[in-house]
Design a protein around this ligand. Sequence first.
Ligand SMILES: Nc1ncnc2c1ncn2[C@@H]1O[C@H](COP(=O)(O)OP(=O)(O)OP(=O)(O)O)[C@@H](O)[C@H]1O
Ligand SMILES: [Mg+2]
Length: 207
Amino acid sequence: MTILEAHGLRFERAGRVILDDVDVVVGPGESLAVVGPSGSGKTSLLALLAGLAQPSSGTVRVGDQPVESISHSDLAVVLQGYGLVSLLTAAENVEAALRAAGHQAESVLEMSSSALAAVGLAGHEDQLIEELSGGQQQRVAVARALALRPQILVADEPTAEQDAASRALVLDRLFEVPHRDGSLVLATHDPEVAERCDVVLTLHPHA
Ligand SMILES: Nc1ncnc2c1ncn2[C@@H]1O[C@H](COP(=O)(O)OP(=O)(O)OP(=O)(O)O)[C@@H](O)[C@H]1O
Ligand SMILES: [Mg+2]
């Protein structure tokens, strides 16, 4: 079991300081909520924690390895903009991620359809992403990440587009990660979601 650990993170873009001296430690079975006003750096921090961007200084490690060397089946991401391929179907988006993570062709169909069903998308497998609503697209992105059964899941406002019933369903699925001893990091504007997490990190905008 691995610990996601970041120390002294500083992130500058276009001459502006976006994050300064941020520390994060999330162990197995733990959940962390990153909160703060729009523009406070939540997405930036999640991108650093997921190894999608490089900090100006500081380190991000998963266990004893730098985050860049971690595979996407160990650390999966739900992006704020979903990051789906719009000309593929819901199922094809999930299958592509599974195949990229090295799963056998004969198992990806079943894994993909059960991941989609788990977020309430049974029957939508063969719809193109561009034919789905924003909330449905967001659930495809959640399904794609969860299908990988990652040790660490980093999710950026994963319930922002959901109605009450889908929000509850998505949250139950996300919190299965810490329940099976993985780690969950999510950014949220939803106080109830933050309250469900073990630790809350509040970011403040820099001038
Ligand atoms: N590549 C970039 N170049 C310049 N500025 C950037 C870049 N990425 C982020 N920023 C700036 O960094 C700040 C933090 O952005 P970020 O998207 O991390 O905030 P956020 O807390 O996720 O906001 P929201 O709640 O709206 O999603 C913003 O002021 C944004 O304009
Ligand atoms: Mg954001």
